[in-house]
Ligand binder design. Structure first.
Ligand SMILES: [Ca+2]
Length: 240
């Protein structure tokens, strides 16, 4: 799903944990972790990054959401998605920051041997924070850590990926110490800093994340009106 060209302008909104977010004009590049005290102490529901980019050809769009980062090498042998969480990617097609389409994912089982069920994209039963599962059979179902679906349809792989985000996290917490975690190796940096190091250090190199990667024909999200130049907002939520 390597980026190729940008057939239509995409609006990329923020990834957030637990509650609704922004659909804005233009392109935003952002990372968002540990948004609330609740996800600060819970690794699995913490949405890290949301990506939207051109898919494997000019008529397809790829969406990706990472959670649980950083997944340590030791954790990687056993970690899986939380089967009690409803994972969603929400799409605004009308510029009002209210979702018009949703992808919903539920996981069955625990650890590395999970089944993922993908529902949608379809209009949600309700918008905002309180959501219910779409009716009908899933669009795709199968094992995690496996590519599901067909190249011309909806494709999904949910599982462990090398964390695509890069940051000098140690230096970041020296610059903005109030964002440091309360415990662990990143909790104590006695020497403050005012800028990143040069060269920077990719602290996340070697760490994984749990990722949900979906690729769809763009008409499923943008419609197929001739001559139209639609824009969409994309964000993700986790909820129980
Ligand atoms: Ca809308």
């Amino acid at each position: 799903m390597a980026p190729t060209s940008v057939p239509r302008r995409l609006t990329l909104a923020l990834g957030i944990g637990a509650i609704g977010a922004l659909g804005v004009a233009g392109v935003i590049r952002a990372s968002d972790h540990q948004d609330t005290a609740e996800v600060e102490i819970q690794q699995l529901p913490d949405i890290n990054d949301v990506y939207a980019f051109p898919g494997s050809n000019a008529n397809r769009i790829a969406l990706a959401v990472t959670t649980a980062s950083p997944v340590t090498p030791a954790q990687s042998a056993t970690i899986g998605f939380d089967p009690a969480i409803l994972y969603q990617i929400k799409i605004d097609r009308t510029g009002d920051a209210v979702e018009d389409l949703v992808f919903q994912l539920q996981f069955v089982g625990t650890g590395r041997n999970q089944t993922v069920n993908l529902y949608g994209p379809a209009a949600p039963n309700s918008v905002g924070r309180d959501n219910t599962l779409l009716a009908g059979p899933p669009t795709l179902t199968g094992a995690t850590n496996t590519a599901l679906g067909k190249p011309k349809g909806v494709q999904l792989q949910a599982g462990l990926f090398e964390d695509p985000f890069f940051i000098d996290l140690e230096q970041f917490f020296r610059i903005i110490p109030d964002r440091r975690p309360a415990r662990g190796p990143l909790s104590v940096f006695p020497v403050p800093a005012s800028s990143f190091r040069n060269p920077g250090i990719d602290y996340l190199r070697g760490f994984n994340a749990l990722g949900i990667v979906i690729e769809v024909p763009e008409e499923l999200l943008l419609g197929n009106t001739p001559g139209a130049d639609p824009k969409i907002g994309v964000w993700a939520t986790t909820s129980k």
